[in-house]
Ligand binder design. Structure first.
Ligand SMILES: Cc1ncc(COP(=O)(O)O)c(C=O)c1O
Length: 335
């Protein structure tokens, strides 16, 4: 247990030495700037104003307003969660059905999976044959691989769609995936501070089980965050042009960072595996990796936490100027 918790807490925001550029955390700065720019360009101010009289315990599965809109949009039952992270715990809780389930997770995997799976009394396995159900992420964290987008199984699937949106995919036709499809508003809109996401469920039964988890652990999701998300979802639903503009902004900026990363010296990180999707690059470490990150004061997370100690993960979500500065500093540190 302690072993797993340590793994998850690697991302805890411990203070870093002054002047350090942090490429470790998947903070989607690019996405939130693009959202801000889109709202301004299209003159959208969002409706919600705080009124203390309106604050009450929300229903566990989400406020009627947001839940009904999303259920209509996806034509499936939806449960609102405290980010996709809580959605993952709730989905595991719903599918394990009081059993100590084996959950198939392909390698490499997001570093929080071992913790979350273990916390629900289940076991992470890397062979499909021994699993009760699967947990699939596409585009993947850490390597932005999209092969698993078309994954199918005769067992249930939790589809972690944190990066499965136009922002991170080149012209892909989106559809609802798996038995429980998780959406992260941190990654979709850059709103990580709202701590909100949602789960699109295949059946009412799964939605009810997931809301049971929400009731037990948090008594629902902040109604304030739900109102903001409702306004944003409705705004994009009613303004497809604004949505396209937003996606293009995100893709352009991510593209700038991807191109910059291609300039990294091979002796620090091998740029050959950079993918045109997702929010991360997961690259082979070179002989100068440690020296360069220390000298340049650029924080990059080791691949060991994601199941591959030969690599390291870089977040592409930082603003383009800061990202470029980090790559330049790394390259200069070895000359
Ligand atoms: C693959 C994956 N799933 C889920 C999450 C959780 O996102 P949220 O902020 O919505 O809880 C993350 C966050 O980094 C992630 O990378």
């Amino acid at each position: 247990m302690v072993k797993y918790l340590k793994n998850d807490l690697v991302l805890a925001r411990n203070p870093l030495p002054e002047g350090t550029i942090n490429l470790t955390i998947g903070e989607p700065d690019i996405i939130k700037r693009a959202l801000e720019k889109t709202l301004t360009t299209f003159g959208e101010t969002l409706n919600y104003r705080f009124d203390p009289r309106n604050s009450k315990y929300p229903p566990a599965a989400g406020t009627d307003e947001l839940k009904q809109f999303l259920s209509f949009k996806y034509q499936k039952p939806v449960v609102i969660t405290n980010g996709a992270k809580q959605g993952l715990s709730a989905a595991i809780y719903a599918l394990r059905d009081d059993k100590k389930a084996n959950i198939y997770v392909p390698k490499p995997y997001w570093l929080s999976f071992p913790v979350l799976i273990n916390k629900e009394g289940c076991k992470m396995v890397h062979k499909e044959a021994t699993a009760d159900f699967s947990l699939i992420t596409a585009p993947n964290n850490p390597d932005s691989n999209i092969d698993y987008i078309s994954y199918t199984s005769d067992k249930p699937i939790i589809f972690d769609g944190a990066y499965y949106c136009q922002q991170y995919l080149p012209n892909h036709k989106l559809e609802v995936k798996g038995n429980i499809h998780l959406v992260s508003c941190s990654k979709k809109f850059g709103l990580s501070g709202l701590r909100i996401g949602y789960a699109i469920c295949e059946s009412e039964e799964l939605a009810t089980k997931m809301s049971e988890y929400l009731e037990i652990t948090t008594m629902g999701t902040s109604d304030f965050s739900q109102k903001i998300l409702y306004d944003i979802e409705v705004f994009f639903y009613n303004n497809p042009n604004a949505e396209t503009y937003f996606h293009n902004q995100c893709k352009n900026k991510l593209g700038v960072n991807i191109n910059k990363l291609k300039q990294i010296d091979k002796s620090i990180l091998d740029p050959n595996d950079i993918k045109p999707n997702g929010m991360f690059a997961f690259l082979k470490k070179g002989k100068n990796f440690i020296k360069a990150t220390e000298k340049a004061k650029v924080n990059i997370i080791d691949g060991v936490y994601f199941g591959d100690k030969t690599r390291a993960r870089i977040s592409l979500g930082l603003d383009t100027e800061i990202f470029a500065e980090a790559i330049d500093k790394l390259n200069k540190s070895i000359v």
